[in-house]
Design a protein around this ligand. Sequence first.
Ligand code: SF4
Length: 291
Amino acid sequence: MDTQEKKVVHVAMFSGGAGSAYVAYHMVQTYGKENCILFFTNTLWEDEDNYRFMEEVSSHIGLEITERLDGRTPEEVFYDERFLGNARLAKCSEELKVRQTIIFLEEELRNERNLEPILYFGIGPHEKHRAENLKDFYAHFPLEPIETRFPLIELFREDLDAKGIIRDEWGIELPRMYNIAEQLADEGNENARIAVRNGIKGFSHANCAGRCVRGGYQHYALLYAIWPERYREQEDMEERFRAKLQKDVSILKKNGGSYTMKQFREVMEAEGFEKFLFKADADIPCVCSFS
Ligand code: SF4
């Protein structure tokens, strides 16, 4: 393939995060919206407030969202793969995010429209290792390497406050996933107040409405504390999967073995959820936060 002959198109990988929103804005300012795409892959498990945020950002920067979806939920992927996603291996991410992205880049942009994509990610300086992983992935995984750019690392000063700019200058509220504990605490929710007292404002990423199978104890303790009905949905999903496949598998792990959402809930009911809020989960690179 001769990339010289192809017109370049700038593609912001729009996740519903503040970083990716700011990077998309900067990309459009630099290259013009006629040369840009705001790209979103939908897992169908997203929190409704993420859609509100994305729509508001899209109208602020004057570029429509290009959405692609597989059509399955993460749960449906787990059945198809006969494997329940967990922190080590999440096929939902591969199928619903990565695969949809590669199909879009290779088939739609390169083959059908004769365009050469350059990808933009909203990863900040504190997550440089994730940028390296993505750079490496897009250099090797597509048929031909795809250029990746990380403006928050490469272009801006370290302390650029994307969240503050979006909230205060653009007048757009951030997705509630980031500060849901604070919001609920203000509304008088006692568990949310406990979380806030422990320094937790909300979820560390906005994807899949707090049900991310890559989450650990802290993540699920917060979900149990502030959104027990969503915790229950996840618990029920896990129980259905275990029963149908007759396998002792689980999203969480303990001592290398399975540890079900039900077991974890029973421990939290008996001993309280607070102690699980103190210990931050291992930092697992989740491509869903950026793509
Ligand atoms: S955010 Fe988590 S649950 Fe959702 S698709 Fe990605 S890895 Fe799967």
